[in-house]
Design a protein around this ligand. Structure first.
Ligand SMILES: [Fe+2]
Length: 407
């Protein structure tokens, strides 16, 4: 897996895609964290963001380096949580932020790296909510150390923050918020429980497919995403069934990272648009929401992105069915292309549904028992930045119509 990681990282650089300046991958690389942090902190203290249950794992770093711990990230970050972390960081005046945890922890870390040296509340910077559209000072350097595979947040420049008073989740997004270093150590993910592993893996899968079909897609991102998709089908169930399987954990962590690079450099689509609203309005964990929505949203979008969807699903099926190259070749022969695409899409979607069943994720939202008013609110709340990349241009009315089919 290290060889593939090296190949993909060199492709990221060659294509000039936005990604952390330093990317380290492999079991055990997190042992280099102290030395790296000392070098990057420039004699200043370090500010570590983590979750309460991960504190015992990362706290020993503070016996080697001066600094403080913010170990209060328990769910997806809110305005209040990010502001509390920022207040502590402003008092400390650190030279470096380290985030050690899942997507919520890394998003909090990205916001703190920016807010520690900039005025105001995180709410002031949220897309569609705040009025500040620029940072006055460049964010602090940030080392992101993911302990789950899923969001790829270590590779993105946005922090998703919930504003409960407005009933929405929105991004704070600036170029300088991209972590300087992504330290990808798959061994850290071996203790992630089954449900969280499944949800994270389905988020990765959704992100990898959506970057291929998005109206904002880019060829260099598609090439990377297709290679990462080949890893997911075998790795995800293996990670769930054999938590200590380091090969599977490595594959899923690499796929997750590539999905993050993908979304940072192109766009996503409808599953992520609706997932953001499900998180904000119904506290549904992001990975679970994506896992539920992916097959139905792909079926809905199919007519607008058939070749791209077929290529993504062919890669996911790992070479079974038509090869990606053959599918594109077929586009010059419409009937053969349609037949090949039909087969791959049908098999691919069935396989994703099988994966849902294996890892215990439902295929619709009926368990939420949403009434008409709740459906309308969900549709209206789904119109964020991810939805703007959907292959079929969406309105709240069209989204409502779609939601009625799965609620
Ligand atoms: Fe996601």
């Amino acid at each position: 897996m290290e060889t593939l990681a090296t190949k993909l990282i060199s492709e990221i650089r060659a294509a000039g895609l936005k990604a952390p300046a330093k990317i380290m991958f492999g079991a055990g690389v997190s042992r280099q964290l102290a030395a790296l942090a000392r070098e990057m902190a420039g004699g200043q203290p370090v500010f570590i963001v983590t979750a309460p249950f991960l504190a015992p794992q990362i706290e020993p770093l503070l016996t080697m380096l001066p600094g403080e711990l913010f170990a209060r990230v328990e769910g997806e970050p809110t305005v209040a949580l990010a502001d509390a972390a920022a207040a502590q960081a402003r008092r400390l005046r650190p030279g470096l932020v380290i985030s050690f945890g899942g997507g919520s922890v890394m998003d909090t870390g990205k916001a703190v790296a920016a807010l520690a040296v900039n005025p105001g509340s995180v709410r002031d910077y949220l897309e569609g909510l705040g009025t500040r559209t620029q940072l006055e000072a460049a964010p602090l350097p940030h080392i992101a150390v993911p302990t789950t595979a899923g969001t790829g947040a270590e590779a993105t420049r946005n922090a998703v923050i919930a504003a409960p008073d407005a009933g929405v989740k929105r991004s704070m997004r600036f170029d300088g918020m991209l972590p300087a270093v992504a330290l990808l150590d798959p061994a850290l993910t071996c203790s992630v429980p089954r449900a969280a592993t499944a949800a994270g893996g389905l988020d990765t899968l959704t992100q990898l497919i959506e970057v291929c079909i998005s109206a904002k897609r880019k060829p260099a991102v598609t090439v990377l995403a297709l290679q990462a998709l080949r890893l997911v089908r075998a790795a995800l169930p293996a990670c769930c069934d054999e938590p200590q399987n380091l090969n599977a954990r490595s594959a899923l962590m690499l796929a997750s990272f590539i999905s993050g690079v993908g979304l940072a450099n192109s766009g996503l689509a409808m599953a992520h648009g609706i997932a953001a609203a499900l998180g904000a309005l119904h506290a549904m964990p992001h990975g679970l929401a994506c896992g539920i929505l992916v097959p139905a949203t792909l079926r809905y979008n199919r007519a607008a992105c058939e070749p791209e969807l077929a290529a993504a699903l062919a890669a996911f099926l790992n070479g079974e069915g038509e090869s990606v190259a053959a599918l594109y070749e077929c586009r010059r022969r419409p009937q053969a292309a349609a037949t090949a695409a039909d087969e791959v899409i049908a098999t691919g979607l069935a396989e994703i549904e099988e994966l849902q069943r294996r890892v215990g994720v439902p295929g619709d939202l009926r368990h939420l028992r949403l009434d008409e008013a709740a459906l309308q609110q969900l549709a209206a709340g789904s119109m964020g930045s991810s939805m703007s990349g959907n292959p079929i241009p969406m309105t709240p009315e069209l989204t409502l119509e779609f939601l009625r089919t799965i609620c």
